[in-house]
Design a protein around this ligand. Structure first.
Ligand code: SF4
Ligand code: FES
Length: 255
């Protein structure tokens, strides 16, 4: 963020500032007048408040300067998981990143998340990410006759997988993982988080099916404990811890 001197504000008003964003652009069709598929950085300057989010600045650019700028967003409140992007070289949700929390001396660098094919500007193809999620069968698996009432669970049993229920499928973890960037096969941290949520659910009976999937060469043993995933998660999920619990279950047979 390049902040000029803040403009005088009325008492109680939030001061505005001039903010610079450098955005990595990409148009597969060359409609930007460049050779199709050329990547390039483009700089934009907007007026914003320190308490605005990066998403607000992106909206200002799209609505007031360049309608061709492409990015995903939906809820704008950290719930839907659709606006994960690299902001100053770190995966974050644009709707949860305040301008005032970024270095005011430099432009804000905004790029698509890494390791998935870029479709346009900040939009990536999420299909490989969701394909890995589907692999681990993210649904309750049971046998026998369904009970007449809900399947009961003690608070202690519920707490066992509480952390991993918070996942919003934003892909910030998986696309911050150096193994995922280079390996080409690794399911990635989110698929393990998604599996953890059911493996440690006392009502589920598919834990060993999922563990077998994660024991595969594309599975949990690819993790090199880089901790990037835990740092990237906007929901504060202890992703590396969840991965280590799955490894422990595979090593010991204890769930
Ligand atoms: S574990 Fe966290 S970073 Fe990964 S997809 Fe879920 S919410 Fe996003
Ligand atoms: S727009 Fe929904 S999480 Fe950011």
């Amino acid at each position: 963020m390049t902040a000029t001197a803040e403009k005088p504000a009325e008492a109680g008003a939030i001061p505005s500032m001039t903010v610079t964003l450098k955005i990595l652009r990409f148009d597969p069709d060359g409609l930007d007048g460049r050779e199709a598929g050329t990547e390039y950085w483009e700089e934009f300057t907007v007026e914003a408040h320190a308490t605005d989010r990066v998403l607000d600045a992106l909206h200002k650019i799209k609505w007031e300067q360049d309608g061709s700028l492409a990015f995903r967003r939906s809820c704008a409140h950290g719930v839907c998981g659709s606006d994960a992007m690299r902001i100053n070289a770190r995966n974050r949700l644009a709707c949860k990143t305040l301008l005032k929390d970024l270095n005011p001396a430099k432009p804000i660098m905004v790029e698509p998340i890494k390791g998935l094919p870029v479709e346009k500007d900040l939009i990536v193809d999420m299909e490989p990410f969701f394909a890995s999620y589907r692999e681990i069968m993210p649904f309750l698996m049971t046998t026998g006759t369904a009970p007449e009432r809900e399947r009961l669970q003690s608070p202690e049993d519920r707490a066992r997988f509480d952390d991993t229920t918070k996942c919003i499928l934003c892909a910030a973890c998986t696309t911050s993982c150096p193994v995922f960037w280079t390996d080409g096969q690794y399911f990635g941290p989110q698929a393990i988080v998604g599996a953890h949520r059911f493996i440690f659910d006392s009502r589920d009976e598919g834990e060993w099916d999922r563990l077998e999937i994660l024991n595969d060469k594309a599975g949990v043993w690819k993790c090199r404990t880089a901790f990037n995933c835990t740092e990237a998660c906007p929901r504060g999920i202890e992703v590396t811890k969840a991965i280590s619990e799955v490894k422990h279950a595979l090593n010991t047979g204890e769930i």
